[in-house]
Design a protein around this ligand. Sequence first.
Ligand code: NAG
Ligand code: NAG
Ligand code: NAG
Length: 299
Amino acid sequence: MHLLPSFVSLASVASLAVAYPSSLYPRSLASFQPEESIASQWKIHESCNGTQRAQISRGIEDMHKLATNSLNHILNYPKDEYFAKYFGANADPAPVIGYYAQLVYGNKGDSLLRCDDPDDNCRLPEWNGHWRGNNATSETVICELSYTSRLPLEKLCSGGFQLSVNNPSTYFGADLMHRAFHVPEFSHEKIHHYADSYVDVLELAKSEDGNGTRAVENQHSLQYFSLDVYSRKLTSWGCVGEVKEEDHDDHSGHDHSATSSAAAATTQTQAAQASASTPSAAAADCHTHADGSIHCGTH
Ligand SMILES: *[C@@H]1O[C@H](CO)[C@@H](O)[C@H](O)[C@H]1NC(C)=O
Ligand SMILES: *[C@@H]1O[C@H](CO)[C@@H](O)[C@H](O)[C@H]1NC(C)=O
Ligand SMILES: *[C@@H]1O[C@H](CO)[C@@H](O)[C@H](O)[C@H]1NC(C)=O
């Protein structure tokens, strides 16, 4: 009870206003009620027709399933073998819990998924969608290809899919998780591309004495972890497959940083890789970063 009068008197001292830069000036909260409602929905634009909206909504549901399962798994087993494998044996579970929680529960502001193609990128072969970058930072375009190439979560581990070999974004829910991490409203630009391939992700977790500094904010680490732990609820052993060490050598010439990419060349390589991999759906997954560079993040 004694907190209340002191807060009220503090807020009523008008002269305090000048002491705060505007961004730090405490908002006057409308009532003394606990915070209850959050605008957590990722909105779908009117350019999406009924079937597109239904499929995207289903993808968002799958993304929530992946994130919620990851969240619950870590809360139950904060530093188990899977956490150590993807984030590091000495990593802090708290930021990872936070990123998954933001995906599901965070205020999404004006974040929007749209089905028209305002930047005319969907004409590019193998593009399933893209983040609009500086053209509209809260917007993500979903291209036609997504409706034919993306799979529902029940198909995880079916059709010969192997997590260490095939594109994790084959699954619409995981694909949208990746796209969500690009949108500032979801994770406040804290998620990066430090390591993309499965082998590189495992190595990142072991680096820095397993303290997880970079692994916990690495897009593919969060995506792989969520698919791996979810797949183990569907099947006894998941479907990581045989982790091929030489994969790392194949990619050692690559710059995996977010700013990399000769877009055209990469798209071609990714397209070739996609057609060679088991599920036909493993198509390239190109998107644009804030600095305008194009990143094709399939492995
Ligand atoms: C929605 O649009 C797609 C093409 O973008 C079309 O293939 C599909 O038939 C449309 N669905 C409906 C219900 O009109
Ligand atoms: C933004 O718009 C410009 C002009 O239409 C276009 O050239 C560019 O590719 C767009 N950026 C993205 C990320 O699509
Ligand atoms: C983790 O390791 C890196 C590299 O050794 C170091 O720069 C960083 O400060 C460490 N972080 C923590 C939280 O110990």
